[in-house]
Design a protein around this ligand. Structure first.
Ligand code: FE
Ligand code: FE
Length: 149
């Protein structure tokens, strides 16, 4: 339920981040991750259905805080290159938080003998990891360098 609400919050926040970045690669990266996040939310719904659990009605306070920090950065930085660097920093915090949550959930699923659910969770975990790596590459090769100027 926590992951489900976290993904839902990300779906709400990403369009603002997409609007705020002028960097084509970063914009595309966020757009792609938006599509991915829709699928990730759907996968959790699938797991909820498999287990007969309603995932709605819970708030992930951690994600709420991370998104609030991202919003703060969007207010604070007016230089677009510096803002892009800050947006990546915010997005990577989100990815790492998700990776921790999905890693735990995957391990619990395995221990509970829920191999199918563990496989589904692992797929999302891999996607979050790839997104994080892509953000690192973008930051280290272009965006952080531009922000320095
Ligand atoms: Fe996600
Ligand atoms: Fe993510």
């Amino acid at each position: 339920r926590d992951l489900y609400n976290a993904e839902a919050q990300i779906l709400e926040a990403l369009p603002r981040m997409i609007r705020r970045t002028a960097h084509a690669d970063l914009k595309r990266g966020f757009q792609e991750h938006y599509q991915q996040t829709e699928q990730q939310l759907h996968r959790l719904e699938e797991i909820g259905n498999m287990l007969g659990q309603d995932l709605r009605g819970h708030t992930c306070k951690g994600m709420k805080g991370l998104i609030a920090e991202g919003e703060e950065a969007m207010k604070e930085f007016t230089d677009s290159d510096v803002l892009d660097a800050a947006l990546i920093g915010a997005a990577q915090r989100v990815e790492h938080y998700e990776m921790a949550g999905y890693g735990c959930a995957r391990t619990y699923a395995n221990l509970l003998g829920l191999a199918d659910q563990a496989t589904i969770l692992q797929r999302t975990l891999d996607e979050e990891g790839e997104t994080d790596k892509r953000l690192t590459e973008l930051a280290e090769t272009v965006i952080n360098i531009d922000a320095l100027k």
